[in-house]
Design a protein around this ligand. Sequence first.
Ligand code: NOJ
Length: 763
Amino acid sequence: MKKTIAIICMAAMGMSVSAAVIPNGGDDAKMDAFISSLMGRMTLEEKLGQLNLPPSDDIVTGNAIDSNIGAAVKRGEVGGTFNIKGAEKIRELQRVAVEESRLGIPLLLGMDVIHGYETVFPIPLALSCSWDMDAIERSARVAATEASAAGVNWTFSPMVDISRDPRWGRVSEGSGEDPYLGSQIARAMVRGYQGDLKGNDKILACVKHFALYGASEAGRDYNTVDMSRGRMYNEYFAPYKAAVDEGAATVMTSFNLVDGIPATANRWLIDDVLRGQWNFGGMVVTDYGSIGEIAVHGVGALKEASAASLKAGTDMDMCSFGFIGTLKQSLAEGKVTMEDIDRAVRRILEAKYRLGLFDNPYKYNDVSLEKTHVYTPEHRAEARATAAKTFVLLKNEGNILPLAKKGTVALIGPLANTASNMPGTWSVAADLTRPKTLRQGFEDALGTKAQLLYAKGSNLYADPETEAACTVFGRGMRDPRSEEELLREALDVAARADVIVAAMGEASESSGESSSRASLTLPDTQRRLLEALLATGKPVVMLNFSGRPTVMTWESRNVPAIMNVWFGGSEAADAIADVVFGDVCPSGKLTQTMPYSEGQIPIYYNHLNTGRPKDESNPAYQKYRSNYLDNPNKPLYPFGYGLSYTDFDYSGFRLDKDVLDSNGSITATVTVTNKGDRAADEIVQFYIRDMVASVSRPVKELKHFERISLQPGQSRDVSFTITPDDLKFYDYELKYVAEPGEFQVMAGPDSERLSILTFTLAQ
Ligand code: NOJ
């Protein structure tokens, strides 16, 4: 088979069959020559075929389309497809492409491998709460190893959209609200997926959704986005740029408008910013049906939208069939040029070349590897250890947690006994029957040391229709019994226990794409259950399953211990048990603010000041100040917040000097001490504030963090070396500058409990 491909490729180059085979990768000149030669033999139809990315009908992630993919591949009408699962199926489709299409050009085979393939890691929002770049990179590496063994060569990840609105269900797929942390994570993910792109287990990354998708108005998915350029550059663009700087091979456009023009057809966004300012040389793919949706935005029918998108710098059309269906006519009418088409074709062929597909289109595909490299004990151990780092302990009154492995534990709640709900949204490749339920995880952890009792206690929602909407894809867990019966059973179980663990929250499909929520509180039926459990007077630990920050104001006042466990992946049950029963100390910290109420949204720590800020030393309402009559300004739990089973003391915050030269550095150091009696990890955070600038700057911005491990009683100095680069921002003219003057540097365990020092950036 390999020989056939080599022959095809050499023929494309006009070489004789005895010449050397095309190397995997190779230098740019060789690649250019190879692609030029291949393109010289392509018909217009074959070129347009390369720009076409239809869906497979295997795993459906958008409006279903019958693409009859095999026949289209054979006719050379397809550049790639996505979301087919299984080495054998993928191999057969690739075989059709390389053996039965006229030029034998291999396919890109994409998949939404977002937080793991079959070994599922926690949802990205949770992963970000680990603040552990090595673990995040390893999670992407494991995902790439598994996906590539099954023939996938391109993942639609990382999703790096900043969001400040937890109503938006897709916050689960991103890394929270902070551009600096989001940038570090974007880089780690790209490294994990792509590495140097050499070797059979590397896959192309796709940064998405470019751009600003996370700012959908009112948190409603696919909704309008409108923001100033200053905000784009200073607050939203950084993670996309970081991924591009790290070498991400592809970028996906977003569904939304940018300055009134859909991102996919926005020439300023793609050509000027992405390609011009950021030097992105890779391939741009649309999101699912984005070109078709341009007409719905009222900005041009399919033909015009396709021409505009191509002109804007978009190369590959996912599921709109606009490029393949209309560009020929647009070319004839002079609306696009052959150069426009060739440019896009070249970028797609370059991506294939860089992957090594022209050398061996099957390199990523091996039926035997699929058996040995997927869902391995090593991968699962990695996922379990990583998941345990992502849980955020929000409250632990009287140190209820960790629980002792003794006596009788009652596990109660609608999320306690479901396997399919554990991995989280976008686990499209996972076998959802495989994860342990939390109940099984607890049983395994307790063994014979303690007795475990279980009751469901309530459904997720009292209303079956709401529950059905929130648990799509067959993850429904409805109990036919009445809420009264469920509650009665739960109280019987609770009465026999020493401690109650309440497994509550939302279903995994209540977050993710097309899963916006207007109300973020615990549904009524679960709240009623929780109240009844608390009324027993027994200690209650609440485990909150969620794909977003939820509103837990009532719970924070009434429940003694609360831990957010997100959706922790295929190994979540064991990981939760590890932390609840104290084998692992919790260390996760929030990367998105937990609001006090929905009315505060959008809420984020790195906001600008107002001219009339509230005096936060006085919680009362303040007339003619920026505050609410009926609600605090402060969130329930701030960005960066998270408790441990030990206490950390921060002391001796100091600067080595107080003037920073324009080409020098200043070092800020804080001493962190583990005051408790267990070894634990702490995430030490540093923030900066520019006190006076030519445009208003945020009250604080994360600029450095470190995750450190400390033994009981151990102290460590943690330093942040500040250079003028750390002080830069985009000014009114969008120039990236550090302006001389006064700055604050802050250090602490979260974005609110901070020590502050001042320094000056010299002229
Ligand atoms: C639409 C989503 O917005 C995007 O994130 C995903 O990669 C594509 N569908 C493909 O499934």
